[in-house]
Ligand binder design. Structure first.
Ligand code: AHG
Ligand code: MN
Ligand code: MN
Length: 333
């Protein structure tokens, strides 16, 4: 009688431990660090899922007696990530979109080897209208010779130095996508058991897609090259006319681009001449994942991962996507 083969169920924690075996001499500290991120994002998704109810069901004590207003979700997400990561002794520095300066944690410990940089809630303007939001993160190693309290140096490293990066989308399901530089893997949260389960092993971006993704309302203020490129996508110059999709949460727009191919752009505009997105915790993680999945990412002139950062919240234009669309962008000058 033929036996039914049941595919093994792999949680993200098991997967990280397997990946870690590839790095000789790795202790458990790196998987312990990543487990801080997975725990935090589970707590954030639980809050996001109840977002519309919090005013109705919110804790009376928190709102009235202590006089505190309901925390905005991006502040909540920031605090949860900081709390979950700061109990990991391997973390020396945290830098977040929500904090002007990096936060020093375990700075005095020789065991503090990593900096974690994150956007706790990306696309937060979409929260009130039930549209997907997410969290992005990037992990860097303490640079050789950097003192324990020189936290700027820990963080101001080009994207090529990322040892891991990823994101979580709080969408119609919650999915964690990450890479340690050995392919891209996606894990869907099973809400019944509270575990991220491997659902998208070894993700590859299709060589060409059907969609371009950009806020076209700003088109008149893009540099001419961008408008010419969008025209080429629309008029069938790449083999077929493209359709457009734009969510307004980079993490969700990128997730679609990773799965379906195509291109996501946030060009320079009159209001944001250097682009709007932040290099360290928005562009770098998605550029790292895109390259790992066979795609490319540029700021228009340079590979995103090669940009040497000079400030923590610096912005960059971003064009990221499939090989065919990216090569066409390169040729469009
Ligand atoms: P955040 O919510 O972290 O501030 O990021 C919002 C960003 C990004 O997610 C998105 O791609 C972009 O803002 C949308 O900007 P526009 O409304 O200008 O298109
Ligand atoms: Mn963001
Ligand atoms: Mn944000």
């Amino acid at each position: 009688m033929p036996t039914t083969r049941v595919p093994p169920i792999l949680t993200v924690q098991q997967h990280i431990l397997q990946e870690q075996k590839r790095f000789p001499g790795a202790s458990g500290e790196f998987s312990w660090l990543l487990s801080g991120i997975t725990l935090a994002t589970k707590l954030i998704q639980a809050k996001v899922r109840r977002a519309g109810l919090s005013d109705i069901l919110g804790d009376q004590g928190a709102v009235n007696v202590q006089g505190e207003v309901q925390q905005k979700l991006d502040v909540f997400a920031n605090e949860v990530l900081a709390q979950c990561l700061s109990v990991r002794e391997s973390v020396g520095v945290l830098a977040s979109e929500e904090n002007e300066n990096p936060i020093l944690v375990h700075g005095g410990s020789e065991k503090a080897n990593y900096a974690v940089v994150f956007d706790p809630l990306d696309g937060s303007s979409n929260i009130d209208v039930n549209v997907s939001v997410g969290t992005t993160f990037s992990i860097l190693r303490r640079p050789e010779g950097a003192s324990l309290d020189d936290h700027e140096r820990w963080v101001l490293q080009p994207g090529t130095k990322q040892i891991a990066a990823g994101y979580v989308v709080y969408g119609s399901s919650t999915i964690l996508v990450y890479s340690v530089g050995d392919g891209v893997h996606g894990f869907t949260l099973d809400p019944a058991v509270g575990a991220y389960i491997l659902s998208h092993p070894n993700m590859k971006m299709p060589a060409q897609g059907k969609y371009y993704s950009v806020n076209e309302a700003y088109r008149d203020s893009f540099p001419p090259r961008y408008a010419a490129y969008i025209d080429q996508l629309r008029n069938g110059g790449l083999g077929h006319p493209y359709a457009s999709r734009y969510i307004g949460s980079m993490v969700a727009d990128f997730h679609r681009t990773l799965l379906k191919g195509g291109v996501f752009l946030y060009p320079p505009t009159t209001d944001n001449p250097a682009g709007k997105l932040r290099l360290l915790y928005e562009a770098n993680p998605v550029a790292f994942l895109a390259e790992q999945a066979g795609g490319l990412a540029t700021d228009g002139e340079r590979r995103v991962l090669d940009i040497p950062p000079d400030s923590i919240h610096q912005r960059t234009p971003l064009v990221v996507g499939s090989r065919t669309e990216m090569e066409a962008f390169e040729a469009c000058r």
